[in-house]
Design a protein. Structure first.
Length: 401
């Protein structure tokens, strides 16, 4: 299915474009702690402004649950956007203080070509995919552009009902450059990855990523599994994992996924050694032990050096690499070597490399390796769902029909 993009938008000069962005950024002391997601949408914003469109930009921020929350206002985002664009960004207090009519009037009278609406989730109708709310948003604009990949897996008003309504009323609804690139790269991994295709998975909970593991078991040539999720696989196989994080109610699921992978001849690599400690703390006494013989009272908190070496060897031969999920509790220095080792191996590999997941991206950033990956996906849940081959409501609606 072909995604409609800015190339299908037609002439936008003098028109108002509603841009759904993903400005769901981390905040700190009333400011934006990391503006990567804002920067990621700048190419779309600049392209539209270069074509003399006016923009009404909207996003959600955090989880205000349908109520106005002072600490989740968009003002810090507006302020960072002003700096990045080096131009005025007018804030419109909708949803929230203003009625839809008053907001539409303010948008019409705005002196700046860039207007930023208030946090969309201040209105409970956003998450309810409410068509009346979508109608109020549609009244702002002549065209709709979606660049919010991080929200594409949610059927919410600004990404689902709104583009539906725009199309139904004869107005264009297309993907921005960021969403376009995310879909191109991730559906490329789904449909025609260059082989060998190696997937490196980690993170805390296997239940979050079981669907991904099954989907990758059907497509990849090798699955390298680290992080806490490895312990559910090792324990399901009868290994002693001490007090490591395990989800026993998933034993059957992981056995099934593993069998499926083995039938396809997929190489599954689990940790051979792990760094274990009694507590998740920098002062805890730690030792490197076999991954299936972790003493009672100790948890596996990182993959060990031998595992890093083995994973790195598979990574070096890959032509395509997908990485999602840290190999250990990388936030704490004593348990960060596994994640660092794997990240460095992927960064140095010749393969086309893609990273997804908020924590994995943070690890890449801390290591200063952002430029060594071919694609850093801005969507956590959305990228996993796309990789599973699921239909995402925010993307489906923008496809040619
Ligand atoms: P991502 O955001 O990249 O998708 P997840 O959210 O799935 O990754 O997992 C990240 C979290 O997993 C990190 O906070 C990390 O500390 C934790 N983690 C990784 N390995 C372990 C482990 N062995 N034990 C406990 N927590 C772990
Ligand atoms: Mg995470």
């Amino acid at each position: 299915m072909r995604l409609r993009t800015l190339d299908d938008l037609g002439d936008v000069a003098g028109k108002t474009v509603f841009l759904r962005a993903d400005f769901n950024v981390p905040l700190e002391n009333g400011g934006v702690a990391d503006d990567a997601r804002i920067r990621a949408t700048l190419p779309t914003i600049t392209e539209l402004l270069d074509h003399n469109a006016s923009l009404v930009i909207a996003s959600h921020l955090g989880r205000p649950k349908g109520k106005v929350k002072e600490d989740l206002r968009m003002e810090p985002v507006a302020s960072r956007l002003r700096d990045l664009l080096d131009r005025e960004v007018e804030s419109v207090a909708f949803p929230g203080a203003l009625s839809a009519d008053a907001a539409a009037k303010q948008v019409e009278d705005a002196r700046s070509p860039v207007v930023l609406l208030e946090n969309l989730r201040f209105d409970s109708r956003e998450e309810a995919n409410d068509t009346t709310f979508a109608g109020e948003l549609a009244a702002f604009a002549d065209a709709y552009v979606d660049d919010a990949f991080g929200a594409a897996h949610r059927a919410h008003a600004s990404v689902s009902a709104l583009p539906e309504l725009m199309i139904a009323s004869g107005r264009p609804a297309v993907a921005g450059r960021l969403l376009q690139r995310e879909v191109e790269v991730l559906s490329g991994l789904l449909e025609h990855p260059e082989k060998p295709y190696v997937a490196v998975l980690g993170g805390a909970k296997i239940s979050d990523k079981l669907g991904t593991i099954s989907a990758l078991a059907a497509r990849a040539d090798a699955l390298l599994i680290g992080g806490a999720m490895a312990f559910t696989l090792i324990a399901a196989d009868g290994g002693q994992v001490g007090d490591s994080l395990v989800e026993p109610d998933r034993f059957d699921d992981v056995r099934r996924a593993r069998k499926q992978a083995e039938e396809r001849g997929v190489l599954i690599q689990l940790p051979k050694d792990v760094v274990a400690a009694a507590d998740v703390s920098v002062d805890a006494e730690r030792s490197t032990v076999p991954a299936d013989a972790i003493p009672k009272g100790r948890k596996g908190l990182d993959i060990g050096p031998r595992t890093v070496e083995e994973f790195a060897r598979t990574i070096a031969d890959a032509h395509t690499i997908l990485w999602n999920g840290p190999m250990g509790v990388f936030e704490l220095e004593p348990f960060s070597a596994g994640t660092r080792g794997v990240a460095t191996a992927i960064a140095g590999a010749k393969a086309f490399s893609v990273v997804g997941g908020g924590d994995s991206l943070l690890a890449v950033k801390r290591l200063g390796l952002e430029d060594s990956f071919d694609h850093l996906s801005t969507g956590g849940g959305a990228s996993l769902e796309l990789l599973e081959g699921k239909t995402l409501p925010g993307i489906e609606v923008l496809e040619e029909r």
